[in-house]
Design a protein around this ligand. Structure first.
Ligand code: GDP
Ligand code: MG
Length: 312
């Protein structure tokens, strides 16, 4: 075993925090080599926190992907922000993510949200690393002033530019994080455990990911997905199938019509794309049955949020 050879083993928890859309979920997926956290071009895609476990040489890193921190309006968004900031209290180390902007999006000065995150990190008394993501689209000369501007904000353990999309400098980021974790006698999690997300939950998330990506306007934020059937009784058979039945929740009849599409075309597209991902994850053929249901204002109802597993 590696830890006996080196005599030193490190293990601990890291919270990935930052504004919506900076690439927190993309980074987690890149680190794990699996699609455990859904990703979309739309902000506020991640609604719960997701644990991913990285098993490295002499180190085990348990990373929490969290919802983006933003000025929250409404119960759903407030819960998401509480989840993200609450996670800081439970970890050994914070990875604060920002993105390197380009052209008209080039923002050198840290914004209010990052300042809020840093304040929370400070109050929680946690060490922190600053990750500057999306370096693939930022010319090097624009990175330097960004690094400088953020350096003054906090006593960072390290400042690391990287790209979650291309993988550039991700090794260096992992090295930095690993070295800052506490020494441990033994791993915290079994060595084959990748995530705390059950296959059933991932099935719902994969459907939501495609539905968010394929629909427009306010619809992505009105969507939730519940799996009502996950039957793998014939999974181990020859050519075995996993039967999955999922309900796509929307808030209005008009949204239901859009999600279903002309002659069911939109729902079919969502289903096909989600099924392909699920088949890769499960290593089995999947029969995915989707239905659409209207549940008015579910985002404002505590009971619905609880049922959907959203909240701290
Ligand atoms: P999150 O809200 O912080 O979890 O962000 P996501 O991981 O969902 O990513 C938001 C968007 O940024 C998606 O469209 C990603 O493909 C994109 N993205 C993430 N990392 C990178 C990166 O390193 N480079 C570029 N160019 N895009 C990225
Ligand atoms: Mg995310």
């Amino acid at each position: 075993m590696e830890r006996k050879e080196t005599g030193l083993f490190r293990a601990g928890f890291v919270a990935i925090v930052g504004r919506p859309n900076v690439g927190k979920s993309t980074l987690l997926n890149r680190l794990l080599g699996e699609h455990v956290a859904i990703v979309s071009a739309r902000p506020q895609t991640t609604r719960t926190r997701i644990l991913g476990i990285l098993h490295g040489k002499g180190v085990q890193m348990a990373l929490f992907d969290t919802p983006g921190v933003h000025e929250a309006k409404g119960p759903l968004n407030r819960r998401m922000v509480e989840t993200a900031l609450g996670t800081l209290a439970e970890v050994d180390l914070a990875l604060v993510l920002v993105e390197a902007g380009t052209g008209p999006n080039l923002k050198v000065e840290p914004g209010d949200t990052v300042r809020l995150v840093v304040e929370k990190v400070r109050r929680a008394g946690k060490p922190a690393v600053l990750g500057i993501n999306k370096m693939d689209r930022a010319p090097r000369e624009t990175l330097l002033p960004v690094i400088e501007a953020y350096r003054g904000l906090f006593d960072w353990q390290a400042v690391v530019p990287f790209s979650a999309l291309t993988g550039e400098n991700v090794d260096r980021l992992v090295e930095c994080l690993g070295a800052l974790l506490p020494e441990a006698e033994a791993p915290l999690f079994p060595e084959d455990m990748l995530t705390d997300q059950a296959e059933r939950v991932l099935a719902a998330e994969y459907v939501r990911e495609q539905a968010m990506e394929l629909t427009r306007d306010e619809i992505p934020y009105s969507l939730a997905v519940e799996v009502e059937e996950f039957d793998e009784s014939s999974r181990r058979d020859r050519g075995g199938l996993v039967h999955i039945g999922a309900v796509v929740l929307v808030e209005r009849e008009s949204q239901k019509a859009i999600v279903i599409g002309k002659g069911g075309s939109m729902l079919k597209k969502i289903g096909t794309r989600a099924r392909e991902r699920l088949e890769r994850l499960l290593g089995a053929k999947v029969f995915l049955r989707l239905t659409v249901k209207v549940e008015e204002r579910w985002r404002e109802k505590a009971a619905a949020l609880k049922r959907l597993g959203i909240g701290p």
